[in-house]
Design a protein around this ligand. Structure first.
Ligand code: IPE
Ligand code: IPE
Ligand code: MG
Length: 234
């Protein structure tokens, strides 16, 4: 493994439904199996020194799915937080969320707040869950907050810089992702971190998310380590 470890890895965890379909199982069985892949990635981050792991767990567009699947995903989130709370506290993992969590069932909102509070002083790994998240909605919310402040006279046109806009996003204070991984072979961003991915290196694997192993995560880090990042320079 090269010495160049990304500070922030973001993952579009895709292919749970197809993984289940291949086995003749309901889609939710794929989501359940996907929880194990999350555990493997978290452990790999702790072992390699990745400091931020952001997971696209539920998009704003995913509300369009059948209620049965949506409800099962919300229950899975609640169970995941219940099961992982103590381990996160112990392992130095701090939970964050991005997205409009006010749109989630109140039990999920309460659980998220509880685990965020319990892990607030941890610093080893920032574990960020994107829930009811949409990159465009996040930018809309940031623009609205700036318009309010402009109307109130606390922000002027000249103050509006990329840094000020970034400070109004859900990811304020976090570094931009260095590496984006997408599973299941799709070559698209699907409304994830539109602002923050400007110069992120992208690694796509054909594997479905439940099949994603520690070795696959390490292979993505290896791929990243071989990239030449230029940020528009030479
Ligand atoms: C990703 O897997 C999980 C979520 C979007 C919640 P999918 O459910 O999108 O699986 P596919 O893409 O249908 O196989
Ligand atoms: C993106 O996957 C959202 C999550 C992984 C949570 P989707 O399966 O929803 O995206 P599309 O429909 O393939 O673009
Ligand atoms: Mg999908």
């Amino acid at each position: 493994m090269s010495a160049v470890v990304p500070k922030h890895v973001a993952i579009i965890m895709d292919g749970n439904g197809r993984w289940a379909q291949q086995r003749g199982l309901p889609r939710i069985a794929g989501h359940e199996a996907g929880s194990k892949s999350i555990e493997r990635c978290v452990q790999a981050c702790l072992d390699t020194g990745v400091e931020y792991l952001t997971l696209y767990a539920f998009s704003s567009e995913n509300w369009k799915r059948p209620a049965l699947e949506v409800n099962a995903l919300m229950l899975l989130l609640e169970n995941f937080l219940n099961q992982k709370r103590d381990e996160m506290v112990r392992e130095g993992i701090r939970l964050h969320h991005i997205g409009r969590i006010q749109e989630l069932p109140s039990v999920c909102q309460r659980k998220l707040r509880e685990v965020m509070e319990a892990t607030a002083s941890n610093t080893k790994l920032h574990f960020v869950l994107a829930l009811s998240y949409s990159g465009r909605a996040e930018i809309v919310d940031a623009v609205k907050s700036l318009v309010r402040d402009t109307a109130a006279g606390t922000v002027s046109e000249a103050d509006i810089t990329p840094e000020l806009i970034a400070s109004r996003l859900n990811t304020a204070g976090m570094p931009d992702p260095d590496l984006l991984i997408r599973t299941s072979g799709e070559m698209r961003i699907s409304n994830f971190l539109l602002w923050q991915l400007s110069y992120t290196e992208i690694h796509v694997t054909k594997k479905f998310w439940p099949d994603f192993q520690r070795e696959d995560f390490l292979a993505a880090l290896e791929d990243y380590a071989g990239r030449s990042r230029r940020f528009g320079g030479v």
